[in-house]
Every structure is written in structure tokens, then in C-alpha cells.
Design a protein around this ligand. Structure first.
Ligand SMILES: [Fe+2]
Ligand SMILES: [Fe+2]
Length: 120
């Protein structure tokens, strides 16, 4: 795996763990919101970096991979804005949803990208 992407993936998981902990501890929505805001910012930055790298390497599945990024970002922006306005209670179910997505993306789309890095 590309070292920058690997580092960012780990940071995304770390932030998700931090959000998870906050929710388990019953911390304020404000605190949860701060971590979610960081998570969304990092996801956005990470996707941009990953897309530049995919383009540089002429990765053949770039279009589908970018679509997956766009779908997740849309969901994250909507949720962040709702949480920011106090509209949606932040539950474990949503964290699980994010975790599932991240794992699926890493083990699916990103594994294929890894494989591409290995064989090129
Ligand atoms: Fe990634
Ligand atoms: Fe990705």
C-alpha cells in the first residue's frame, strides 16, 4: 500500500474509535460533532489524495472507486450538518454503518488498488 494512504486509513479508523468512545461515554453531542467534523475533513482530504495517486498511476478502476468516495462523502456531509443542527441523535448504529463502510471500502475497493500497486 502507498504509505500516505495507509497512514490516512489508520487515522480514519482512529477517529472512528474516538467517536465510538465518545458515544459510549455519553459525551455531549458537541464533542461527538467535533470528532465527526475531523473525520469528514480527513475523509475528504484522503479521498482527494487517493484519487490523485490513482490518476498518477493510471489505475483502471478509478471511476468506480471515485464514485464510492462521492457516495460516502455525500452521506457524511448530510449527517454532519444534521448533527450540527442538533437534528439527529448520534447512535452506535451510525458508527457501525461508518465502520462497515470503511472496512468494506478498504477490503474491497482499496484491496484491488493495493493489488494494482503490487503487480505494476
Ligand atoms: Fe482509501
Ligand atoms: Fe478509497
Amino acid at each position: 500500500m502507498h504509505p500516505l494512504l495507509e497512514k490516512e486509513h489508520q487515522q480514519l479508523f482512529d477517529l472512528l474509535d474516538a467517536i465510538d468512545k465518545c458515544v459510549s461515554n455519553g459525551d455531549s453531542a458537541n464533542q461527538v460533532y467535533k470528532y465527526l467534523r475531523d473525520f469528514v475533513a480527513l475523509a475528504e482530504e484522503h479521498f482527494k489524495n487517493e484519487e490523485v495517486i490513482m490518476k498518477d498511476y493510471e489505475y483502471p478502476e478509478i471511476i468506480n472507486h471515485k464514485k464510492e468516495h462521492a457516495v460516502l462523502l455525500d452521506q457524511l456531509f448530510i449527517f454532519k450538518s444534521k448533527l450540527g443542527q442538533g437534528h439527529t441523535p448520534f447512535g452506535k448504529d451510525y458508527i457501525q454503518l461508518l465502520r462497515n463502510w470503511l472496512e468494506e471500502h478498504l477490503f474491497g475497493a482499496n484491496n484491488r488498488l493495493d493489488y494494482f500497486f503490487c503487480i505494476r
